[in-house]
Design a protein around this ligand. Structure first.
Ligand code: GLA
Length: 727
């Protein structure tokens, strides 16, 4: 619900309220974001310093859109450069409007299906107009905010920075939590108090990156997993981003949006620039409360329509990468597929190496036709044979890349990003196609369309294996080169949109050298993203834990793989590897051809378990009972269905030893206190043992004695109508 009174606005969700208000000079101020207020709560305007002169006061005010050069000396949200060379703005509200439904952001990914939109228009006297757009998702306690920058002047103006969000908090201390990482160790949470000055995370890699994720949380120093005030911000964008948190005498400010590095967007009179949106959550019940709000909202409002229903099964897939890498032919693939079919797998995904001349990572990207040496019957023939085995077919592609050794590059050398007069950098022996050019995107579309029309391909893994360098487009003049990074992203989004609209049944999984582009932008087109190339169970505990600070488990590509693990050389029990794979989309990534019929049969119960409880795992509320420690030696978590009728509990590694993590011989057997269940109900496990909900919450679920290398325990609980307990 959005309430407007005079020049004041309150955006209400079920449990939160967000307030903004224009002052006498028309400056739009942020006045509150926190727990739900009464419907008609007035806006508390900032109190004035009694003797401050007007100029100094601006630096104390909480702005909804901070601008430079006119008295606010903190981090600006926008940097306009007018034709006369001036670099300042003083934005004043000129109008506001509430409309039903959600605002549109042409060309950009966005949450859908909001209840209401508030648009507030601000204008600077030299012609820059900023339209701040807010949408309210009451049920999920999410508010999205985007900004549209318009030139209403008579001369061109350039945007050197055009952020999506500016949010001012009061002076009380805050911690910031960011997700940093690298290849094979993505999204490690780091928490630190905001210091005086500016702290920032961002990406200048052209992709949102392994290094930092475009989602951050601010929280009170005493907030933990289950208690305390937390605010979360997830940018719905997959390219360069910057998130700046500034602590000053005036309070704490957060500014978030596209990175100003090599960004400059020229607006002719009348033209606009649309900045991506940020999804915001406030939760009073700690980081757990915050993450569950994001999870619910992403599932219900961001994922592609077709995949939003968590009861819709996702296929259990086997990916050929760790089984074969580049070394395969049709016979080898079919042997693998036969084993997959025997284990009960649904979908066979042919990873890298299937296209013309691709025997290593040094050629052929861009030539998306089957290599007849390896696949004499083409993709069509392979697909037919897979179907005969009862398997669906999925395929790996990397549409944004081109190898110097490829027909595509030989034909169109100017289609790769390169700076005139310089030799472009190769990373993983490849260049990046200039997706800022519509004709390049169109050419890729034609190739993909041909490919997907050639046989029933049910699934695509869209990879992107390098950072962008040499970012310069042969198609744009010198003074428009600051637009290339963003136009590139618009090209990627346009192609993913076109692909998923033309093939509505296609399941698209994004990937970027593992999890290098795991963000809300990608989730708008693909309901799942490959979380990391590291499939080691213990590594996955911490990667999936960090990722789950914002992103729901049903979006995390997670596969069962072999031991010793190909990336880490470590071992873990079958149960532990299964528990980590069951956390997310659940698939397999290993060579099953050497498995005996008995060994294949051992995998089956887990697949059956996923089929039986997949809707719970995908659509339930996640509770971390014991977060993984830095060494990844164990963790425990559970998923509870929204109606609290069902739950799945997982304990891995040292978590099985209870609170005494270090002990390997617990005595007495440890218990794991659960969360999220109904205290008044009775729950029954798969063996028919009954527990009172209150008992599970307070005393805990008894765990078995741990045995072997990284042991694990999985338990399914169902609420029973019979109130008698047995435990
Ligand atoms: C990337 C992906 C892997 C695999 C390889 C293929 O590294 O993350 O899963 O697809 O590319 O080259």
């Amino acid at each position: 619900m959005i309430v407007c009174r005079d020049a004041c606005f309150t955006l209400h969700t079920a449990h939160t309220s967000y307030q903004l208000c224009a002052d006498e000079q028309g400056r739009l101020l942020h006045t509150y974001y926190g727990a739900r207020l009464p419907d008609d709560a007035p806006n508390l305007r900032p109190t004035r310093a009694p003797h401050a002169e007007a100029g100094r006061r601006l630096n104390l005010l909480p702005f909804e859109c901070s601008a430079p050069g006119t008295g606010d000396f903190r981090t600006p949200a926008v940097l306009p450069e007018y034709a006369d060379g001036s670099l300042c703005a003083d934005l004043q509200m000129v109008g506001a409007q509430v409309t039903p439904g959600k605002y549109e952001l042409p060309g950009l990914p966005a949450f859908r299906g909001a209840e209401q939109t508030l648009c507030v228009t601000l204008r600077d006297c030299a012609g820059l107009e900023v339209e701040l757009r807010y949408a309210v998702f009451p049920q999920h306690d999410v508010i999205t905010r985007a900004a549209v920058y318009r030139n209403t002047g008579a001369a061109p103006l350039s945007l050197r920075k055009a952020s999506s969000l500016c949010l001012d908090f009061d002076t009380r201390p805050l911690d910031m939590i960011t997700l940093h990482g690298k290849w094979s160790q993505e999204r490690t949470p780091e928490r630190a108090p905001l210091r005086y000055g500016v702290q920032s995370v961002g990406s200048m890699q052209g992709v949102s990156s392994h290094a930092h994720n475009p989602a951050v949380a601010l929280c009170r120093p005493d907030a933990d997993e289950e208690h305390g005030d937390c605010w979360g911000f997830a940018l719905v964008y997959s390219g360069n981003f910057l998130c700046e948190a500034e602590r000053s005498e005036s309070g704490n400010r957060l500014v978030m949006g596209i990175h100003p590095h090599q960004f400059c967007w020229t607006l002719a009179p009348g033209e606009s620039f649309v900045a991506p949106e940020v999804a915001m959550v406030y939760a009073a019940d700690g980081l757990g409360g915050m993450r569950r709000c994001f999870h619910r909202a992403i599932r219900a409002h961001l994922l592609p329509e077709r995949w939003r229903d968590m009861n819709r099964p996702r296929p259990v897939l086997l990916n050929s990468w760790e089984a074969c890498y580049f070394r395969f032919d049709q016979d080898r693939l079919l042997a693998l597929a036969e084993a997959a079919a025997r284990a009960g797998i649904d979908l066979f995904v042919l990873d890298d190496g299937w296209f013309k001349g691709r025997d290593a990572d040094n050629s052929s990207l861009g030539d998306w036709v089957a290599d007849v040496r390896k696949l004499p019957e083409g993709l069509e023939g392979l697909c037919r044979r897979l179907q005969a085995l009862g398997l669906d077919f999925g395929l790996w592609i990397e549409p944004e890349a081109v190898s110097p050794d490829s027909d595509l590059f030989r034909l169109h050398p100017d289609w790769a990003l390169r700076v005139p007069g310089r030799t472009p950098l190769t990373l993983r022996n490849q260049y990046v196609l200039d997706f800022s050019r519509p004709e390049v995107v169109q050419a890729l579309w034609e190739q993909l369309h041909r490919l997907l029309s050639s046989c029933p391909i049910r699934y695509i893994k869209w990879d992107m294996n390098r950072k962008l360098s040499d970012v310069y487009s042969a198609a744009l003049p010198a003074d428009r080169q600051g637009e290339v990074y963003h136009r590139y992203m618009l090209g990627v989004y346009a192609l993913q949109k076109q692909l998923t609209e033309a093939f509505p049944d296609l399941l698209l999984e994004n990937c970027a050298a593992g999890g290098g582009r795991f963000d809300c932008g990608m989730l708008c087109y693909s309901p799942q993203i490959w979380c990391s190339d590291n499939t080691d169970a213990r590594s996955r505990l911490s990667i999936q834990y960090g990722t789950s600070l914002f992103y729901p488990p049903c979006t995390m590509g997670s596969h069962f793989s072999i031991v010793p693990n190909h990336y880490t050389g470590r071992t873990a029990s079958v149960e532990a590897r299964m528990a980590c794979a069951l956390f997310g989309t659940f698939g397999f990534e290993l060579d099953l051809t050497g498995y005996s019929p008995e060994a294949l049969a051992e995998l089956r119960p887990y697949i059956d378990w996923y089929r039986a409880h997949g809707a719970l795992l995908r659509g339930g509320d996640l509770y971390w009972l014991l977060p993984p420690d830095a060494a990844g030696s164990g963790a425990a978590w559970m998923v509870v269905s929204p109606d609290r009728d069902e739950a799945a509990v997982f304990a891995v590694g040292d978590a099985l030893c209870g609170v005494e993590r270090a002990s390997t011989l617990p005595s007495p057997p440890p218990r794991l206190p659960l969360r999220g269940l109904c205290a008044q109900s009775v729950y029954e496990d798969a063996d028919g043992v009954r527990y009172a909900g209150a008992q599970l919450l307070a005393a805990g679920l008894p765990l078995p004695t741990p045995r072997g290398d990284v042991p694990a325990y999985l338990c399914y609980l169902r609420r029973t109508a019979d109130p008698r307990t047995t435990a």
